[in-house]
Design a protein around this ligand. Structure first.
Ligand SMILES: [Zn+2]
Length: 301
């Protein structure tokens, strides 16, 4: 049995980033585990239809219920790490982060519950965000930092004693699903089809960064799961407007123009060669015994 763990900052990130690949792997029989660092307590309500007092007053419970629905749609298991959302700092200069929030934790300390989970779930592949968080939300950047500590430490018997038997995930990836070339390709295809593109303004503000785009190593074909991806995202009703820009591009067009989700292979403890089309390349080829032995081998520094 192959096991995949995605580490995300907020409830809804598992549905907006790499979700079609998640469904593909779930349907293949992979055990996919989502870790959600925060409860999303300070997320703004981004769907005008949900801006109601009863929702605002109970936002934590509401977001938990949304996550329950998304989890069922995606077919994953999911755990909360229990940290508190930092919120998106607005203003110039930006205000200080609220006391006790995830963005202010010590990554070494905050990695403990994640190390514990990695040692319990024993994923072969771990995904997180890049050093910029994918987008610079303080919780996304902290999610990266905590994931990096945990990936390095989980297989080391000397670190985080008392949190279970060491386990070394065999591959580490960054999520790169929101890349400019994808948005541009879909934008151009929509114009060609005579449709109004929701990407026009975004693309103007989004500077080209070929170096960043070149970091993509892995494109997972997952077009047939775009519908499920969208259903999971819509389940996070406070966070997404079902009539908003996210859903403007017809799925058939997306499948034709960009039927993959992108990742960056950061570390591999198995043999593989890039470009890849599978997060389990090099892992899948091992026998069950070899895979388990590779994860258990202590990698003390
Ligand atoms: Zn987020």
């Amino acid at each position: 049995m192959l096991r995949l763990m995605h580490v995300h900052a907020h409830p809804d990130d598992e549905s907006s980033k790499g979700a079609a690949s998640t469904v593909k792997y779930v349907r293949e029989g992979v055990d996919v585990h989502v870790v959600t660092c925060t409860g999303g307590e300070r997320g703004s309500i981004l769907n005008p239809k949900m801006e109601r007092p009863d929702v605002l007053e109970n936002i934590t419970e509401v977001r938990r219920a949304e996550m329950d629905a998304a989890r069922a749609i995606l077919g994953v298991t999911q755990e909360w790490l229990g940290f508190v959302d930092s919120g998106w700092p607005e203003g110039d200069p930006k205000p200080p982060l609220p006391e006790g929030c995830f963005g202010l934790v010590d990554p070494e300390e905050a990695a403990e519950p994640l190390v514990r989970l990695i040692r319990a779930v024993r994923p072969h592949v771990l995904t997180t965000y890049d050093e910029n968080g994918g987008y610079p939300h303080p919780d996304h950047i902290m999610c990266h930092r905590v994931s990096m500590v945990a990936f390095e430490a989980a297989g080391d018997p000397d670190r985080y004693p008392g949190t279970g038997e060491p386990w070394q995930p065999l591959k580490l990836y960054y999520q790169h699903g929101f890349n400019r070339p994808r948005s541009l390709a879909i934008h151009e295809a929509m114009l060609e089809a005579g449709l109004e593109s929701p990407f026009e303004e975004r693309l103007k503000q989004w500077k080209e960064d070929p170096e960043h785009d070149a970091r993509i190593t892995t494109r997972v074909p997952c077009g047939e799961y775009f519908e499920v991806r969208d259903q999971a995202l819509i389940a996070h009703a406070t966070q997404i407007d079902p009539d908003g820009f996210f859903f403007k591009a017809p799925l058939d067009l997306q499948r034709r123009v960009w039927p993959t989700e992108e990742f960056e292979l950061v570390t591999s403890h198995v043999e593989t060669s890039v470009p890849e089309d599978d997060l389990f390349a090099g892992v899948r080829e091992l026998s069950d015994d070899e895979r388990e032995a590779a994860g258990r081998a202590p990698r003390a520094r």
